[in-house]
Structure formats: C-alpha cells, structure tokens
Design a protein around this ligand. Sequence first.
Ligand code: IPE
Ligand code: IPE
Ligand code: MG
Length: 249
Amino acid sequence: MSSLPQHIAIVMDGNGRWATQRMLPRVAGHKRGVDALRACVRHCGEIGVGVLTVFAFSSENWNRPPEEVSGLMELLAVALSREVPQLKIDGVRMHFVGDRASLSERVREGLEQAEAATAGNTKLIFNICFNYGGRWDIAQAAARLAASHQPITEASLHSAMAMSHVSDPDLLIRTGGEQRISNFLLWQAAYAELYFTDLLWPDFNEAALDAAIADYAGRERRFGKTSAQVASPASARPERQSMLSRWVA
Ligand code: IPE
Ligand code: IPE
Ligand code: MG
C-alpha cells in the first residue's frame, strides 16, 4: 500500500468559530478559509496527491442565516474569478459536485466556466462539493437508474453518482473538532481512513496536511481481511486454510 493517499477528502469546518474568536463576522472566517484551501490545493499538487475533494457547502447549509448564505455564494463567485487562472496554470482540473438546480445563474455560470477552463488539466483533480449531500447523491443516482429501468446494483449506483469520475477517498479529514460526517460522501467513504483535528479550517496549513498524511501512513487498511492476510497474502493459501479448519471443528 502506498503511504501517500491518492484521494484526500476534507470537511473544511471551523470558519465561523475562527472569525467569532476574533470578533469578526462569520464571513471573514470563510474568506480566510479560501486562503487555507488555496495552500492545501497547491500542496496536494506538489506532493503528488491525485484527487482532492472538499466540502464547501452542504445541502443543509441553506438553513443558515440568509446573510451568511448569500455571503458564501458571493465568496464562491469572487474566489472563482480570482483563483481559476492560477489553477489552470498549475494543472488543476476542477469539478463541482452537487445539486446545481437551486444555485443562481451567476454561480452556475461561474462553476461551468471554471470546469471548462481547467478541463484539459491532469495533475490534480479538485472536486468542490457545493450544495452537496451524500443522501442527495445516493437518491439522485437511484432515481436516474429507476427512470431508465436499469437494475440497482452497487456498480450501477456507483456509476450514476456524482463522484463516479474518481476512486473512493483514502483519507477523510475533518477540521474544527467535530467528529461526524455531516452528510459528506456517505457512499464513497465506506473504507476511508478518518482523521479528525481540532484545528479550525483557516488555521489548517501544509504542515497540518502533512501530519494527517503521516497518520494515514501508519494505518493498516484491511478491507474486511485479517491483519495477517494484509501483511502477507500467502497466509490465505488454501492448504493453510484446511490446516486451520481443524481448530474450528
Ligand atoms: C465550515 O465552517 C464552512 C461551511 C460550512 C460553509 P463553519 O461555518 O461551519 O464554521 P463553524 O463550524 O461554525 O465554526
Ligand atoms: C459541514 O460543516 C459542511 C461543510 C464543511 C461545508 P457544518 O458546520 O455544516 O456541519 P455541522 O452542522 O456542524 O454538522
Ligand atoms: Mg461548522
């Protein structure tokens, strides 16, 4: 197993608390969160991570005060116009994952332009989950399969889901101290290694990402097997199996 996760997913949490601690409006925390994200994307590209997926706005975040929701929409539009030119140069391919139907036309156009501008890039796939929920994704995939009379299997659901263009995340990081999934990647995180840090997202930097990756490197991913099988696949040989079966009888 490679010690470098090929796909890292992040719940970027703690922007609001970061701002409140400094007597700033919550949106100031979100702005600093964009700075932290820029550094994180760059670092992933530098160290050879193939896919970075971040949770930027959940299906449930519409329930926040209207001024925070509109601040987040505005911030997305501004950040895209500022950041996309450099991301394009850096070889980053952007994908927006989530329900676009309820986004304003301005935001939708921004997403489409960012995706089109970076479509030829191959160095790092950068998925931004915006108006995304894991339940939404599973439900929309099932509905599409049902509408086209296709059987519902793990494979068909996977290919109908909004993240079908990438492999499942290896490492799922959540900043901000909470230890929950909050409707992120419910299907895809089935075997992700989970990493929680108390750092608030605006304080998350390259060293913090390196620490998460180092922690991941020390994990044993078993995918349902035993530790011995993972250490040496030969330990699962049939002749050994029959020897061991004596103990079960
Ligand atoms: C995460 O930070 C960003 C979004 C959900 C948009 P929060 O805004 O949730 O920050 P806290 O959890 O209130 O500190
Ligand atoms: C999860 O954070 C969503 C994003 C980071 C975009 P929340 O702050 O919305 O999650 P809860 O409400 O604490 O579970
Ligand atoms: Mg939060």
